[in-house]
Design a protein around this ligand. Structure first.
Ligand code: ARG
Length: 467
């Protein structure tokens, strides 16, 4: 008779020799999935409650299990829980400890359940909570942007295409562009949450279970909107996590573009904004430096979020149904995306309200680079010139400006009339920066009146947050 078996493992019965020590460490996930302990216990308590309701456990057994799990939760939170690699993952660590604590009753908890539907449930509970927190952080950042947009609704800056001066815009309009991106990000998370919030428990290992489980009751206890409709699908797909990471990669992409602009704007060359000192760091050698580390790091961290998305897509693509151990690899990328988003959104939400704007610098920049050239062309069009001809006329005026070092508004009327006799004294109204932005009074345009309308609409959307 072999006395060798696989130690104290919960699945040791079938084995005739202990797991190789390296293999044990290699296959264990407890070092990172212990993070799911709260959700694991939450899921187990609901499962036990449901088992009691359908008569698989007695009420008394269920109460014992609940008390045991509560005590374990308290131990873990107190830092008084020895995680064991031999017990592989968070699920078996908690279950083994439960059995140790409450004895044989603890062995009944896993009735009608498998780690496969258990882990899928845990991740969904975890991710749902993470999404809720991230959506709130997006809202906090949006509030900061709307406040800043309102303060600077009339502030003029050069708008860019190709990073070349294009047309004047208002700083408020620029802030509201970021608001819109985040609004879609918020919507993507809300949408992803719907597909996360479905209960896999009851799928068991892959085929369902012979016990008369009331899955809808478990779902209700855990706040899930629905139960999964196919047990194979329930234990195997991680599309909800992939979807979340895709939404996360987009959020980071938006924050990265935002970062890039702040980094440029805070440079001596642009000088459009000042970032608060407490969000910047100095240089150990160059005393004058104030480096925009926070936006730089956020821009850099975007690489992780993109990598995590690709990791999960690749993890999934070759897997036959149903559960495969590959899926254990879903956690680190997922956690990393959650952490990256939480840190980056927090940094931005904290920083944005304190961005100092330099209106005179932006105004001076907008006054260079012929930002009102399109306005001059539109002026000529209003006086009957076909747009293409007007474009050509203004192009020649700009060339003259480049040669003489003058912007259009700095030329005399006579000088301008050399390019077209259609031009008259009132041209100077359209060549002003204020005239230029005010003229773009179309829905979604940069005119302060339009920006204020968008701000009002945004505030209405954000209202619940302020109440
Ligand atoms: N630690 C595992 C994971 O994260 C739990 C599920 C294990 N299931 C199994 N049949 N080995 O995926």
């Amino acid at each position: 008779m072999s006395t060798q078996h696989s130690g104290d493992k919960l699945w040791g019965g079938r084995f005739s020799e202990p797991t190789d020590a390296f293999v044990e460490a290699f296959t264990a996930s407890v070092s990172f999935d212990q993070r799911l302990y709260r959700h694991d216990i939450q899921g187990s308590k609901a499962h036990a409650r449901m088992l009691a309701r359908v008569g698989v456990l007695t009420e008394e057994e269920c109460d014992k299990i609940h008390d045991g799990l509560d005590a374990i939760l308290a131990d873990i939170e107190r830092g008084d829980f020895a995680w064991s690699v031999e017990l592989e993952d968070v699920h078996m660590n908690v279950e083994a400890r439960l059995i140790e604590r409450i004895g044989d009753v603890g062995k009944k908890l896993h009735t009608g359940r498998s780690r496969n539907d258990q882990v899928a449930t845990d991740i969904r509970l975890y991710l749902r909570e993470a999404i809720d927190g991230l959506m709130q952080e997006i809202r906090r950042l949006q509030v900061g942007l709307v406040d800043l947009a309102e303060r600077e609704a009339e502030t003029i800056m050069p708008g860019f295409t190709h990073l070349q001066t294009a047309q004047p815009v208002t700083f408020g309009h620029h802030m509201m562009a970021w608001f819109e991106m985040l609004e879609r990000d918020h919507g993507r998370l809300a949408d992803c949450r719907k597909r996360v919030n479905v209960l896999p428990l009851g799928a068991a290992a892959l085929a369902g279970t012979p016990y008369p489980l009331d899955r809808h009751y478990t779902a209700e206890l855990l706040g899930f909107d629905a139960v999964t409709d196919n047990s194979l699908d329930a234990v195997s797909d991680r599309d909800f996590a992939i979807e979340f990471c895709a939404a996360g990669a987009l959020i980071m992409t938006h924050l990265s573009r935002f970062s890039e602009e702040l980094i440029l704007w805070a440079s001596a060359q642009f000088g459009f904004v000042d970032l608060p000192d407490r969000f910047c760091t100095g240089s150990s050698i160059m005393p004058q430096k104030k480096n925009p580390d926070v936006p730089e790091l956020v821009r850099g961290k975007t690489g992780r979020a993109n990598g995590n998305l690709i990791a999960l897509l690749t993890l999934m693509k070759g897997q036959p149904l149903a559960y495969n151990k590959d899926n254990q690899e879903d956690k680190e990328p997922l956690f990393d995306t959650v952490d990256t988003l939480a840190g980056s959104l927090r940094a931005f939400a904290d920083m944005v309200p304190h961005i100092q704007v330099r209106p005179e610098v932006m105004r001076a920049a907008a006054s260079r680079g012929f930002a009102t050239a399109t306005d001059l062309a539109d002026y000529l069009v209003r006086r009957g010139m076909p747009f293409r001809d007007a474009h050509e006329v203004v192009g020649r005026a700009v060339r003259h400006g480049v040669e003489t070092g003058k912007d259009l508004a700095e030329m005399s009327l006579d000088e301008l009339r050399k390019f077209s006799k259609t031009i008259e004294q009132d041209v100077f109204e359209v060549l002003t920066l204020e005239g230029s932005v005010a003229a773009r009074n179309v829905h979604g345009g940069t005119a302060p009146a339009q920006v204020r309308a968008r701000i009002r609409a945004a505030r209405a959307k954000l209202m619940p947050l302020k109440g």
